[in-house]
Design a protein around this ligand. Structure first.
Ligand code: MN
Length: 128
């Protein structure tokens, strides 16, 4: 079963379309946002099972969006995975400390991406 709802927050149109197309092909439902503000709005309204969060957004950055989502009781327990440019992977530790449930490197690996998404969906994010 893979009809979970995934919110993609990504301002790069090609990346957004690629991620969207793969997820839809695999049977997931998706929502897309191209700004942090839009992402916060959609997360609160739809409670997606997973949020994929770009770090460099036009209006803010993914870390700020994450902390805003964590402060709101409606969205505090949502599972959020960072989508990071390869050059930023040295910040992986920072992403974990900030409260992300994990991160995926861009460009995504099209072949491995569906399994990575599946693993994040099945991983218990509320471990101590
Ligand atoms: Mn971006």
């Amino acid at each position: 079963m893979s009809n979970e709802l995934v919110l993609i927050v990504e301002d790069n149109e090609r990346n957004l379309k690629l991620v969207h197309d793969i997820l839809e092909f695999k049977g997931y439902r998706t929502l897309s946002a191209t700004t942090g503000a839009e992402g916060i709005e959609l997360a609160g309204r739809h409670q997606p099972e997973l949020i994929l969060m770009d770090i460099q957004l036009p209006d803010t950055d993914g870390l700020k969006v994450l902390s805003q989502l964590k402060r709101d009781t409606r969205t505090a327990s949502l599972k959020i995975v960072a989508l990071t440019a390869f050059a930023m992977t040295e910040d992986a530790e920072r992403f974990h400390r900030a409260g992300f449930d994990g991160y995926l490197t861009k460009p995504i690996n099209v072949k491995e991406f569906p399994d990575q998404i599946r693993q994040y969906l099945e991983q218990d994010s509320r471990k101590p």
